[in-house]
Design a protein around this ligand. Sequence first.
Ligand code: HEM
Length: 509
Amino acid sequence: MNEHSHGPGRSAATRAVPPLRAVLNRVFPDHWSFLLGQIALYSFVVLLVSGTFLALFFEPSMEEAVYDGSYTRLQGTTMSEAYASTVDLSFEVRGGLFMRQLHHWAAMLFMASIVVYLLRVFFTGAFRKPRKAQWVISLLLFWTGLVASYTGYMVLDDGMSASGMRILSAILMSVPVVGSWLAMSVFGGEYPGEVIIGRLYLLHLLTPVLMIGLAAVGAVLRLRQKPAQWPGAHRSSTNVVGQRAFPQYAAKQTGLFLGVSAVLALLGGLFQINPIWLYGPSHAAVAAALSQPAWYVMFLDGAVRLMPPWEVTIPIGDGYAVPPLFWAAVVLPTILVVLPIAYPFIEARVRRDRREHHLLERPRDAPARTASGAMAVTFYLVLTLAGAGDVLALTFHISANAVTWAGRIGLVLLPAVAYWITYRICLGLQQHDREVLARGVETGIIRRLPDGGFTEIHQPLAQPDDQGRSALPYAGSAVPKKLNHLRVLEAVEPASPSTPLDRGVRRPV
Ligand code: HEM
């Protein structure tokens, strides 16, 4: 592998004009965990391309139409233009079904990769100064992606999206004092009205524009700072070890982009997703049983299902009733938006940390953060499982009430348990690393002592100093656990002349 430090080098790229030279010579750290954000970026590109194709044929209108296309089971059925044009996209337009499925799978991959990317940034402390703004931008990209996905589902106006639209109307109405006005304004009258598809479609087209803007600001910030990297051999806060933008990094990124596009094309071509012709057109009075939201909004569905039926009345005038839906579907999501955005600022204050950080922190080295993250993930997972409560009850033949109660109890207990267990695991892992640094790597060779006892031989990581000690300081980088990986610690070894007997850090064993 070619490794470079940040700064002027001697590649062909250095002969380019200065501004271009800086870009071409930029060094990017090389680690698989940095690919996650790029997978999100490339699936977003696929979304833009496939979405533009779909927009050529899609008709965002609630005007009534009678279907007379080639899908016989729907022939003669009254439906909206929006639904009819989506069925036509699936059966009449050449490559239309492929493009629809490609768009849908790309949305799935985008949401999945941005979630995993956010987890990576969180658990490695990559959101710390000077990257707080980038963290906020990434979170906003997740939420705008969620809005884009939701509106994408809704505009098709099929039987499934009818349930989603009904939920939107109920959520809006649950807002105290202004709820009915809000719902009437959004739907342009009583649900479902005649304008909502057009409005959601406009939002569906505006959100990607917003996302492009956010991504552009993120890219500029990124270019102005040097990338964060994992601690390790030869790496410090003042350098970057990795590959130059051109040609190595650029070649890798092109490969990744082609790979992501190929996987999405295979998914879109081979695996059916959202077969709206099976769900039929939407009907205001009909809600499909067992309709499930996409996985990334299931937590919201779960929260609504777990919320106890508590109704609070605000004593203003004749009294305003606040339905339980308001807490689960308006207050909780608001907290979920605000808290992660505020987290870097809260953590910096609690830790009294005003320094800049360019080296990532291993999750075990920030036990409180890692445990809080595990707590949040557990909370999210319990809500997500609760969103599938009816399916679980049906599949495992248990009462739906029991599932709901298990979810309620789990939501209170499990996050706390996850916090405690994760905290202990982090401390245990740190302890193990310190033992390896102090005593060396376990060799698996057991020696019998003259007094009859047994001891395992350890391979020291560094040469013994004058007092015969070979312990290395704990430096926050990965500690070799296998005999052949001793090179990793090169940077943290105290400088000492290498001797023929030096079987420590300088040479792999
Ligand atoms: C240039 C940007 C985009 C355009 C022009 C666009 C356009 C469209 C159109 C016309 C539809 C309805 C037609 C159909 O699906 O058959 C649609 C559906 C959809 N869009 Fe987009 N979109 C864009 C970006 C996005 C983004 C960023 C996301 C999510 C992160 C997204 C998620 C979806 C989803 C989940 C559907 C439903 C797909 C289906 O099952 O058919 N779109 N989009």
